[in-house]
Design a protein around this ligand. Structure first.
Ligand SMILES: [Zn+2]
Length: 172
């Protein structure tokens, strides 16, 4: 396990993660118990250990660390869970540097607001195409399609999606 993963897990407290996913743990004796979200659980069978940052369900026998929880909860791969955890900590996923275009000002005669709207639409389309982006938002509790549309949720892959020229042609 890399140092970065160990650090990431240490920074994401299990109780906060559970709370952000709608799972409320209650102090019970020496430990914490919660209703397990992975099986029909009326008796709070999930044991949570904030000190070790681990969880275990005595009902369905699932358990693990914060990354395991994200994987189980959203059907993520290990890598996606790491990215979701990073996103939760407010760290942006690593992106490749985008070459700085020589022309960065809006040409004369082009309405900058319309141009901005066009750019936003491109990233919106990109969000709809990339399931990974949708899963990242879902992991943060944002999966309602109406909300995502209302806020025009977009996704940048870190590479240029469209050239300046194409953008202008679409705009004009
Ligand atoms: Zn369970």
């Amino acid at each position: 396990m890399s140092d970065e993963i160990i650090e990431l897990k240490a920074k994401l407290p299990i109780l906060e993660l559970l709370a952000s996913q709608g799972v409320q743990a209650q102090k019970q004796g020496k430990g914490w118990m919660a209703r397990c979200p992975f099986h029909e659980d009326n008796t709070a069978s999930m044991s949570v250990d904030p000190e070790k940052n681990l969880w275990h369900c005595f009902g369905c026998q699932k358990g693990g660390d914060v990354l395991t929880f994200l994987r189980e909860r959203d059907g993520l791969t290990h890598r996606q869970a790491v990215e979701a955890a990073r996103a939760m900590l407010g760290q942006l996923p690593e992106t490749k540097p985008v070459p700085n275009p020589a022309r960065s000002t809006v040409p004369p005669g082009v309405d900058p607001y319309l141009l901005l709207d066009q750019v936003a639409s491109i990233y919106e389309e990109s969000f709809q195409r990339h399931r990974q982006a949708q899963l990242l938002m879902k992991a943060r509790g944002l999966s309602d399609p109406a909300t995502l549309r209302a806020f025009r949720m977009g996704y940048c892959t870190g590479t240029a999606l469209v050239s300046d020229r194409d953008l202008l042609l679409r705009h004009l």
